[in-house]
Design a protein around this ligand. Structure first.
Ligand SMILES: Cc1ncc(COP(=O)(O)O)c(C=O)c1O
Length: 363
């Protein structure tokens, strides 16, 4: 169709993993476990659910477009001003606003080839040239990214920790990288898994820096368990935020999302429980994978990525799990066909998964 630009015609859309209801329908299964989308398996915080329910009769009104209460809370929590905070429909919503706000004419983007698909779709949909940098043994290669900067570079996307590998770049590498990034280049630092990684000693918490050309993106979708509400947040210099606020959809995020996020931020017990459950889940998975000689990448997030000897072995593992009612994420869509990503589940889900491994993998 001539109405559609070439880059949209050629765009591969984001394809999420199989849903629980679909698998139940397809295989006639009663019990299905989804360890595929890096969601929090604990359900939303009960405080968030109560808050959302208690406000049901206000949902005929538009949301507070400045989302002042939540922005104020985040500003206080992270020791910045309200003018340094933006919200969006998930951190991806903010990424989308960033692309629409800052890119023009011959600007270019730098990002990593096998990193977060959501950004890849946004970059390809933008129509701007993107320089895709290869990973180095499943890790970001910041030195190569810095080398790729040219006069047209406008946005650099970094996910730390990365999805789908779970690996991270450390303070030393980040400092060396930032020393090579000119001020005219905006660094989009995606810290969707920040809460899981923050206690790793050499993890570069971007809020300990004050770069005028860095925007930090975080989310309520992971450790806070609110993925379905679609709410994320960003911190940056007030001029960046001011301009993003002009471009963002006026009523994003929705009222229930704002209300749920405020309550979830106040529910530190839920957060502690989620982080502990994840820590135990990761430790259990590592033990089980070691036991069965399965190779995996070192992860500081809420998932582990298995590396098989080839695509066939990875696919076969996923298929066997699927037939047993466990949905995992085969990473061919990320350009890593030999890999399978497994998100930590509840204690019960993890132990069922381990039990299935014992039937699928011959020791
Ligand atoms: C690296 C990374 N960034 C962003 C997101 C999306 O987060 P949100 O739900 O806030 O849009 C994800 C979700 O999987 C992710 O893995």
């Amino acid at each position: 169709m001539s109405l559609v630009p070439e880059h949209i015609k050629n765009l591969s859309p984001y394809t999420p993993g199989k849903s629980i209801s679909r698998l139940k329908r397809d295989l006639g299964l009663k019990y299905v476990i989804k360890l595929a989308s890096n969601e929090n398996p604990s359900g939303p915080s009960p405080l968030a659910l109560d808050a959302v329910k208690n406000a049901l009769f206000d949902y005929n009104r538009y949301p507070d477009s400045a989302a002042f209460d939540l922005r104020k809370m985040l500003a206080t929590r992270f020791n910045v001003k309200v003018e340094n905070v933006i919200l969006g429909a998930g951190s991806e919503g903010i990424m989308s606003t960033i692309m629409r706000t800052f890119l023009r004419k011959r600007d270019e983007i730098i990002a990593v080839k096998n990193s977060f698909i959501g950004f890849r779709v946004l970059a390809n949909a933008s129509g701007f040239k993107t320089n895709w940098i290869a990973m180095d043994h499943y890790h970001y290669n910041l030195a190569s990214m810095a080398k790729a900067i040219n006069n047209h570079t406008k946005i650099i996307y970094l996910a730390n920790p990365d999805n789908p590998t779970g690996t991270y770049f450390n303070v030393k590498k980040f400092d060396a990288f930032m020393s090579k990034v000119p001020n005219r280049v905006l660094v989009l630092l995606d810290e969707a898994y920040f809460e899981y990684a923050k206690d790793v000693l050499d993890y570069p918490d971007s809020m300990h820096y004050r770069y005028d050309n860095v925007i930090t993106l975080r989310t309520f979708s992971k450790a806070y368990g609110l993925a379905g509400f679609r709410i994320g947040y960003g911190f940056a210099h007030k001029d960046i935020i001011k301009n993003l606020m002009k471009v963002k959809l006026p009523f994003e995020p929705s009222t229930p999302a704002q209300i749920a996020a405020i309550a979830a931020l106040n529910d530190q017990n839920y957060l502690r429980h989620s982080l502990k459950l994840n820590e135990e889940g990761i430790a259990g998975m590592e033990k089980s994978f070691d036991n069965y000689g399965l190779e995996y990448l070192p992860s500081v997030a809420n998932f582990l990525t298995l590396v098989f000897k080839n695509e066939k072995a990875a696919k076969s593992f996923c298929k066997s799990m699927l037939q047993r009612g466990v949905i995992l994420r085969h990473l061919s869509g990320f350009g890593l066909p030999e890999c399978v990503r497994v998100t930590t589940g509840t204690k019960e889900e993890n132990s069922i998964f381990f039990d299935h491994i014992s039937h699928i993998i011959k020791r």
